[in-house]
Design a protein around this ligand. Sequence first.
Ligand code: ADP
Length: 497
Amino acid sequence: MSSKKIQKILIANRGEIAIRVMRTAKEMGIKTVAIYSDADIQAPHVAYADEAVHVGPPASSESYLNTARIIDACKELNVDAIHPGYGFLSENAGFAKLVEENNITFIGPSTHAIEVMGDKLAAKNAVADYDIPMVPGVNHAVTEVNEAKEIAGKIGYPVLIKASAGGGGKGMRVVEHAEELADQMQRAMSEAQSAFGDPAVFVEKYIGSPRHIEIQVLGDQHGNILYLFERECSIQRRHQKVIEEAPSAILTPEKRKAMGEAAVDVARACGYYGAGTVEFIMDENLDFFFLEMNTRLQVEHPVTEEITGIDLVKEQIHIAEGKALDIKQEELKIKGHSMEIRVYAENPRENFLPDTGTLSTYLPPQGPGVRVDDGYQQGMEIPIYYDPMISKLITHGENREQARLRMLRAIEEYQISGVNTTLDFCDFALRHDAFISGDFDTKFVNKYFSPEKLNNHDPEKEEFAMALAAHVFNQRSNGKPVNDGQQLSKWKLRAKQ
Ligand code: ADP
């Protein structure tokens, strides 16, 4: 257990999350070190840091995952702690171990917790002693089709075949009928082998219309664990989240407490410290089942920060320094409502196919209750090598409706050209009756969305697009830069009068 004040953090990541971590470090008087690949020489996270180290060519396997180079950089620059962000090395137990062996503090949980929770089957087994509700199914790897058939017969179709080492929705197959089982199992196993180097799969009941609701936990190195309420993450495409909010529109205080306490038990089962997330799915009867635990900061952590007023990165750093949590469960209160949309370079008209290109216009929204966590600037290219997320747009309001209206306003202000994005899809989703009423599940996209839904004419938007073109033209003729967000916002307000 470490107990010294951290002086300098290397952020083993890129883009928005690297900047997000550096912002808090700066506020805490901690020096920051960025790492970057050849593809990110011009990236804002590099300019933002106090120091920056080049770690290799664009491919992440040779740069952001180059553990030896990262450790060397820490030694060269007297770094005393590493923050892994999310993705890349954040859930790599071997890396966490290597960091500790080099007397560097890993800002995250113990190697043991990462190992146990990194494997869905090991996680299910670890929590078996606690009274955590689980999706009906088996807790062991299944390799024989006959055994899988027997299990599926018992729990009833449809079933879900899942990769034990799974993540990012990979290695998951829904099986509706016994005849498809052999084929789908083969596919899931080979997908798991190629994505994770581990073909182990298991079988569980496929919940028809679930909601994905997760609980943020915080634990210190003294055995204190808190839950910071839930995040609703049911608006997904390809089993991956695209809109999140906190709190969930459907949880009662009793259900919230029950889920929170179950999440604390999951964390306790692996001796968890740091910030972590316990994911559950919920069926139509509001019964919830443990899915998995993510042993890191989540992409969607800002909505929790907005409703609790707690800086999760600051807590992570304090915990890594060995400090005890100075908040009590009873003191935590939900303040208002927060929503986040993920702005991906993707084409919702082409089944959310990732897009690349240059951000020829990039003007993020501003104003009350709006937070943009991004890692891009106008003129930058979206590299093909990494996750295509451009930014996270977060709003906070006194209640759900205010947060939603603010999000619609912010989406309208957001100007991006040069690549396709999920902005117009999010606009569609947030205006949909099912979203407004809170009556939706993870099937939202399949049930309600089709590309033609985006082609509706919106006279107000068209008028704005024309006005924007005129503005850019005028600015150019005056020899002024066109990327002054502030000027544009004021100008836009005027144009609307
Ligand atoms: P990954 O680690 O690949 O993200 P998860 O276990 O977290 O996988 O599941 C991702 C998503 O898949 C969930 O949010 C949910 O939408 C869906 N899902 C997972 N398990 C089930 C299940 N048993 N029934 C129905 N949907 C499920």
